[in-house]
Design a protein around this ligand. Structure first.
Ligand code: AMP
Ligand code: ZN
Length: 491
């Protein structure tokens, strides 16, 4: 399918509805996703957001777009309360562990990459760091100062929200308005320099204990958290680009501030489509580093946690995530994972069965219509749960073909197999692996029953041989007699 025939629509947080996706430059997509702050191990909630954008990246590429995917690493400037107060998260960890901040950054960046590789995420095209773009951040802060939309107080530069709001709408993304913000904002310690509490730092003066700091026209300091994303997205994707993503929790203040900075510096709306993923919850509460309500991927794979009965394969977990729409909340539980694991194994068994089927002269199933439904689901704001329901329909057909209750011509069968493979492996990013730990044991038991049935047949005990076949069928195990003996499939 070429891009021209495609009709992708995406939910744009900026307008609060789905819009037809039309890129700034034909056939090209620029996508920026806020990456992790590398001061601790990545948790499953973080992983969900990055897996969602990996699926989006994969689908855009599948459609034929030339995608430039930029995802940053925050290795400086992110303060503890996400605003302009508290210690820098990385410096604090370095101080506590008596390590260099860059040791902390290296350690957790490697962990982040390892985890995403296990989940079969593709690497982004560019992965810039905040510390690698200090010069550009100083330059953007200076431009905003020169435009009169920021002010300096004692070596720190603050964005003047009220002034910006005179000609712009601070709150256009998050739906907040400035009066509401003013009445709701506490004046925090250390924020006494600001004219107004909702002003935010573009550059902060470093105290003597602050570990990462750089020289600037305003003295030794470090960049504000929001500035790095404005700078790096502009540098690698231009002043106006297609998709900016991140978790919903970043809408405010981070993304709102990004828009304000870009508009102040460049006078243009930076992003055409803002995409936000919903949260992964644990026991109904958001999985979050700061509250400690987290599950680390290691614990998930090994099962070494009271939350789980056993370990799970990363691909089964990815499938669990794909069974929910990226804009829906998803609650993590042992039972939900067990159910996904079963479904995943059924999907893999079905794919194996389909590849072994023989073509016939006629097709009794309309593969083209099925394929259109799959694309319609993905084109509807990447609706993976609906796509997966169509994939299971395909597995049903595979079983019917295997039972001689349906048939496909060679051309249709090839299209069916290729399309199924591309949705499952290329777009959803799943892997062809056995994820169900019990499947080896199951194979052993079924092989034993197949042997008993063969013995019964050899003894002309047809009643017993039929009973074994029928009872297995009742529990979803289908026997198939062929030239090379009897094989089975699990429905
Ligand atoms: P952080 O390292 O805290 O800046 O988070 C990295 C990314 O993970 C951001 O896009 C967050 O929005 C996202 N994120 C954090 N917690 C969750 C969660 N529980 N579910 C989904 N995404 C999350
Ligand atoms: Zn960001």
């Amino acid at each position: 399918m070429s891009i021209k025939e495609n009709n992708l629509s995406v939910y744009n947080t900026l307008v609060g509805k789905k819009e037809t996706f039309i890129p700034v430059v034909e056939d090209h997509v620029g996508m920026y996703v806020c990456g992790p702050t590398v001061y601790s191990n990545v948790h499953l909630g973080n992983a969900r957001t990055f897996i969602s954008f990996d699926m989006i990246y994969r689908y855009l590429q599948h459609l034929g777009y030339k995608v430039r995917y930029v995802r940053n690493i925050t290795d400086a400037g992110h303060l503890e309360d996400d605003s302009d107060d508290g210690e820098d998260k990385i410096s604090k960890k370095a101080r506590l562990e008596k390590l260099e901040p860059m040791q902390i950054v290296q350690h957790y960046t490697v962990d982040f990459h390892n985890v995403l590789r296990l989940f079969n995420n593709l690497p982004p095209d560019i992965e810039p760091t905040a510390t690698g773009h200090i010069v550009e951040q100083i330059k953007m802060a200076r431009t905003i100062l020169d435009k009169g939309l920021a002010y300096e107080v004692d070596g720190s530069i603050y964005f003047d929200v009220e002034k910006y709001n005179k000609d712009n709408n601070y709150g256009e993304l998050s739906g907040r308005n400035i009066e509401e913000l003013q009445s709701n904002t506490r004046t925090l310690d250390g924020q006494k320099d600001k004219k107004s509490p909702q002003d935010f730092a573009l550059w902060k003066k470093a105290s003597s204990s602050h570990l990462q700091h750089w020289e600037s026209p305003w003295g030794e300091g470090f960049p504000g958290w929001h500035l790095e994303c404005s700078v790096m997205s502009t540098k690698y994707l231009g002043e106006q680009f297609d998709i900016h993503g991140g978790g919903m929790d970043l809408k405010f203040p981070h993304h709102e501030c990004e828009i304000a900075q870009n508009k102040a510096a460049n006078g243009k709306d930076p992003v055409k489509y803002w995409l936000h993923t919903n949260m992964l919850t644990l026991n109904g509460k958001r999985m979050s580093k700061s509250t400690g309500n987290t599950l680390n991927p290691d614990e998930l794979f090994s099962g070494d946690t009271p939350l789980l009965d056993k370990g799970f394969h990363p691909s089964a977990v990815r499938f669990f995530m794909m069974q929910a729409h990226y804009r829906s909340m998803l609650d993590f539980s042992n039972d939900a994972l067990l159910a996904s694991e079963k479904g995943y194994q059924r999907l893999m068994n079905g794919i194996a069965l389909l590849s072994s089927l023989e073509a016939k002269k006629e097709s009794t199933f309309d593969v083209d219509t099925w394929l259109k439904k799959c694309y319609t689901a993905m084109d509807d704001d990447f609706n993976t749960p609906i796509l997966i329901s169509h994939l299971f329909d395909a597995i049903k057909i595979a079983n019917q073909i295997s039972d001689n209750k349906a048939s496909l011509t060679k051309q249709d069968l090839d299209l069916f197999v290729n399309s199924l493979n591309s949705f499952v492996f290329e777009i959803l990013g799943l892997e062809d692996v056995i994820v169900d730990n019990n499947s080896d044991k199951l194979s052993g038991v079924v092989d034993m029953l197949i042997q008993m049935r063969k013995d019964a047949r050899d003894n002309k005990n047809w009643a017993l041989s039929d009973e074994i076949r029928d009872k297995l069928k009742e529990v979803g195990i289908q026997l198939k007699d062929g030239k090379e003996g009897t094989t089975f499939s699990v429905n």
